[in-house]
Design a protein around this ligand. Structure first.
Ligand SMILES: [Zn+2]
Length: 432
């Protein structure tokens, strides 16, 4: 890990903590979801540039062909304008126009050493925030000002924590050994922001990669955990059935009913046999079909996801789901498309990094207890997924060591060749 001999992390937290709370509250007031994080992008970039970081933005950061589920042009424009109105600096905002949100920033020390990546996600959720006075942001007056959007997963805290850490390294640049690279990643919630940054080569030069999340299994401030396990691999698809519309009374036999195909697929997706080797999940979250009373529906669409506690188990679910969907299409004479919408792989933290993090955490007065291990029981986009097409994705864990699976490809292989260690934990400090 890069070391400094200047201000200790403990001192940096003490000095900058009140400012970090204000950053978090500013971010909380202006939440924007996946590919629309314009305010956060400009907010972060302006500060990092002022602190001496080499800041990359826009198309230097995000690969256009990895922008899955990009919002429509009108939404992109209105959220861009919202960020401007909220006070975002236009110079740092402009490169993000069109959904090219996110920031990569590098600080090089004057002494040789490794390159350490720190990844923080910046997107909000698409939910309305409660006005209930028992809710901390409502009581303290920093509730969301963007109707329908709110930071309910804590990514505003992640972003402010990342800035606090970046400030620590900037304060100690003269004694920094190696380099630090901050990846403020968009679109974690829809699980394709990491792939878009990786495609641009931003993890290729890393020796270590650290990510984290507040809350989760740890419910009290002062508890931290670096050995987070039980991630779930995930694949999401938009499924579209197309049939033939006809009059439901005059010529029903000439129709091809897309709704029937979709409904048959949905009920049979839930009937996929469980796997003996571990837990799996499946869900169809939306279903839309048909047009009016008397027309055989020619269109039916649903959104589905599969998960597994290993990449292989998730692949089993994807394979079976594909058989069910294609089978249903054949049964009703339909065509069908399964469009990949997101993917996350299972990740595993490096024991060496866990030991380093625990050693540092013990020196921090804000840490009350180090929890030895905790389950995640969900999916996370911190995984360096090279390819978002689940049929071609590498089947790997993230603890990349040179002597492991020779089939590794893409970024994972490059990380492995460099013996990059990956860590995922709960930050040793967070701001509220
Ligand atoms: Zn989250």
């Amino acid at each position: 890990m890069p070391r400094t001999t200047g201000t200790s992390p403990k001192d940096s937290i003490a000095v900058h903590y009140p400012e970090a709370v204000e950053w978090r509250r500013a971010l909380h007031r202006c939440p924007q979801p996946s590919w629309l994080e314009f305010f956060a992008t400009a907010f972060v970039a302006e500060k990092l540039a002022a602190w001496g970081y080499d800041v990359r933005l826009g198309r230097d950061v995000i690969a256009e062909d990895k922008q899955l589920l990009l919002p429509d042009a009108a939404t992109l424009q209105s959220e861009y304008d919202r960020a401007l109105k909220a006070g975002a600096n236009p110079a740092f905002l402009a490169p993000a126009r069109g959904g090219f949100t996110g920031v990569v920033a590098v600080l090089r020390g004057e002494l040789p050493g490794p390159t350490v990546g720190f990844r923080f996600d910046i997107d909000s959720n698409e939910v309305a925030e409660t006005q209930d006075q028992t809710h901390h942001p409502a009581r303290q007056g920093f509730i969301s000002q963007n109707p329908g959007y709110a930071h309910m997963c804590g990514h505003d805290i992640h972003t402010a924590t990342g800035l606090l850490l970046a400030r620590h390294f900037a304060d100690n640049r003269k004694t920094l050994k190696g380099a630090v690279k901050f990846l403020f990643q968009p679109n974690e919630e829809n699980l394709s922001g990491a792939a878009a940054m990786i495609e641009k080569g931003h993890v290729d030069d890393l020796d270590y990669l650290v990510g984290g999340h507040v809350g989760l299994a740890l419910k009290e401030t002062g508890l931290v955990c670096f050995n987070i396990h039980s991630f779930m691999a995930l694949s999401r698809f938009e499924v579209a059935f197309t049939g033939r519309p006809t009059h439901a009374a005059a010529s029903p036999e000439q129709g091809r009913n897309a709704m029937l195909g979709a409904c048959s697929a949905v009920t049979n997706l839930y009937a996929i046999a469980r796997h003996s080797q571990g837990a799996t999940r499946i869900n169809v979250g939306t279903l839309e079909a048909g047009s009016t009373w008397n027309v055989i529906p020619d269109k039916a669409n649903f959104r589905m996801e599969t998960r597994g506690v290993t990449n292989e188990l998730n692949e089993y679910m994807v394979g079976k789901a594909r058989e069910v969907i294609e089978g249903a299409a054949r049964m009703y004479g339909l065509s069908v498309e399964m469009k990949p919408a997101a993917q996350a792989l299972v990740t595993e933290s490096s024991p060496e990094l866990i030991a380093v993090a625990e050693r540092v955490a013990k020196t921090l007065p804000s840490v009350r207890q180090i929890v030895p291990d905790a389950p995640f029981n969900a999916s996370e986009d911190v995984c360096p997924v090279r390819n978002t097409d689940p049929r071609r994705a590498p089947q790997l864990h993230l603890r990349c060591r040179r002597d492991r699976d020779p089939q590794r490809r893409g970024v994972l292989r490059r990380l492995a060749e460099r013996d990059c260690r990956v860590g995922f934990g709960v930050p040793v400090f967070s701001v509220n």
